[in-house]
Design a protein around this ligand. Structure first.
Ligand code: NDP
Length: 425
């Protein structure tokens, strides 16, 4: 829907409620989170892996420098830029933008994952020392952090040449620190190459499972074969990444693509935070081997299976309903009308809790940590952080839905009182 220039200017500069702690958050997060990444990695490889030691140990400057790391990282990103342009897979259109147009996106991320897997297998066959990724982890993370800052500066500067309809409603407060952090431009592109869409699911997400595989190979180097715990962590996380890329089209309707500008928050999240903190369990297992009985492994496997089932079914149900509400798989579901013309599901998965997809995601997150045993809290970092992230994200989404659907949203909340965990939250 188009907005007149005056209304748009007003909404861009006044209607935006600052998120993530406003200016203070925008100053602290870009300092604190990169340090957290480096801290967690160095902790995961220390013998005591004690999160509570004070002062927290950070890696020395020398531990962060290895000329191979930036070369590998930039080579990796370049490879995925190339794969992005491969003429395979379909081309999909995003949602309608404020100027009435729709952008086109190549849906070939899964092809990117397959090519990456083929290249890794080739490297293993050629005897490449993939376990060396373990030694390179800190320099790689430092390079990814540096790239995140450089890319965010580029994005911030170029946004001043973008037309006003291309700016994100939340990222143009006029406060440079906050706008740099949240992101001013909604869909920055170089020609047809969409920077945000590219970063969302490709170099970082695929990089995460490649790093995991490097940890597995390091275990093989050290102990002759991969442990059951390492294999579970690797396969669970590979399933998650493969699923995201298989369903890549669904990212086009997410908050990140539709609502958020592309600034430091997303750039750093995509390129540094996800690949270097989501797989901490694998890095931890290299130095802290765990024996896992088959019974425990079966329990963990079932937990991951149940989580995946809830996550996939609920996401697919909503995506199907939003894409085609007359589709036979969703026609039997009860819905309520809203003033926008869109309807809300009140039965099926979305009648169980208001965010069943988050529930499934959290069960999986727990299953990824359990193979690491209970001796340390560090491998549980992801599930703890992710609970905080999803509770915060749920609150953001509720606010936006309340603004969009008003009374109809209140009715939905009344009908489906629990947000994520039935009878708990
Ligand atoms: P969701 O898929 O949860 O989408 C929320 C939107 O769904 C709402 O804004 C609303 O949009 C629509 N909606 C809400 N309730 C209903 C209803 N009852 N009926 C129909 N539509 C409804 O958004 P996210 O992007 O947060 O999550 C997508 C997936 O990504 C989740 O599985 C999540 O767990 C995962 N995720 C993973 C992260 C990670 O780091 N691993 C980070 C963030 C998310 P509208 O009405 O406009 O369609």
């Amino acid at each position: 829907m188009g907005l007149d220039a005056k209304t748009l200017k007003h909404r861009l500069t006044h209607d935006t409620q600052k998120e993530f702690g406003g200016t203070l958050g925008a100053v602290c997060i870009p300092i604190f989170l990169p340090l957290t990444v480096l801290f967690l990695i160095s902790l995961s490889r220390s013998p005591d892996a004690s999160v509570l030691q004070w002062p927290p140990s950070l890696p020395s400057y020398n531990q962060l420098l290895d000329p191979l790391a930036p070369v590998l990282l930039l080579g990796w990103i370049a490879l995925h830029v190339l794969l992005y342009h491969l003429p395979c897979g379909k081309v999909s259109e995003g949602l309608v933008l404020r100027d009435g147009t729709r952008l086109k996106y190549p849906i070939n991320g899964f092809h990117g994952l397959c090519v990456s897997a083929a290249l890794l297998i080739l490297l293993v066959c050629l005897g490449a020392p993939l376990g060396y990724v373990f030694e390179l982890l800190l320099p790689l993370a430092a390079s990814a952090i540096a790239v995140s800052f450089l890319l965010s500066i580029y994005l911030y500067v170029r946004s001043f040449w973008a037309p006003s309809h291309a700016l994100a409603l939340g990222g143009n407060t006029g406060n440079p620190l906050y706008d740099f952090f949240i992101g001013r431009e909604l869909n920055p592109r170089i020609g047809s190459f969409d920077l945000k869409y590219f970063c969302e699911l490709r170099p970082g997400l695929i990089g995460w499972v490649v790093i995991n595989f490097g940890m597995l190979m390091k275990e093989v180097e050290l102990r002759g074969s991969p442990s059951l715990a390492m294999m579970l962590v690797n396969s669970f996380q590979l399933l998650y990444v493969a699923d995201a890329l298989w369903n890549e089209e669904a990212v086009l309707t997410t908050m990140d693509i539709v609502h958020d500008g592309f600034g430091f928050m997303l750039v750093f999240g995509d390129l540094a935070w996800v690949p270097f903190t989501y797989g901490l369990q694998a890095a931890f297992l290299v130095v802290h081997p765990q024996t896992l009985s088959w019974l425990k492994a079966m329990f963990i496997l079932s937990l991951n299976g149940i989580g995946y089932y809830i996550f996939r079914k609920s996401n697919s149900q909503k995506n199907q309903f939003r894409r085609d509400p007359t589709h036979p798989t969703v026609t039997g579901l009860e819905t309520i009308a809203t003033a926008t013309g869109k309807r809300l599901l009140v039965s099926g998965w979305w009648g169980f809790v208001r965010h069943p997809n988050y529930l499934g995601d959290l069960l999986m997150a727990l299953a990824w940590s359990l193979p690491c045993g209970f001796s340390h809290i560090l491998p549980y970092f992801y599930v703890i952080y992710f609970t905080v992230l999803l509770v915060h994200r749920e609150a953001r989404d509720e606010r936006q839905c309340k603004a969009k659907y008003g009374l109809a949203w209140d009715t939905y909340c009344h009908r489906v009182p629990y947000r994520i965990f039935p009878y708990i939250y």
